[in-house]
Design a protein. Structure first.
Length: 119
């Protein structure tokens, strides 16, 4: 990343945008995030909380959050749509106390637009 402004994504999803495991193994993903942050600290030479990070809660990952998994408070939570333009979740109640803040990943596919205008 050098001197470039960057946000590092943490967390994991399975091959082909599928869930990592059958069911939501919260303990495994929590360990993965902890290991990732340790690596961020080792590589950057600074406290991981000083490197901007985001956890993308795509449809195959949001279940971990819904089942109670939380990331460190400095990590931005990135809620996502359902790939059809419908936002599935927004922060509510206690969520809003998360100091790392929130974002929205909104999937926009131009192939449908191009298909209707190209012929």
């Amino acid at each position: 990343m050098g001197s470039h402004e960057s946000i590092v994504t943490v967390g994991m999803r399975g091959d082909g945008d599928m869930p990592m495991t059958e069911g939501s193994n919260v303990a495994l993903l929590e360990r993965i995030v902890a290991d990732q942050r340790k690596i961020i600290g080792q590589v950057s030479g600074k406290d991981p909380s000083k490197t901007p990070q985001a956890w993308a809660l795509y449809k195959e990952v949001q279940d971990y959050y819904d089942k109670g998994m939380r990331v460190p408070d400095d990590v931005t939570l990135l809620f996502a749509d359902d790939n059809w333009g419908n936002v599935r979740r927004l922060p509510t109640g206690k969520d809003t106390l998360h100091a790392g803040g929130f974002g929205i990943y909104y999937h926009f596919d131009t192939s449908a637009v191009l298909a209707t205008t190209s012929g």
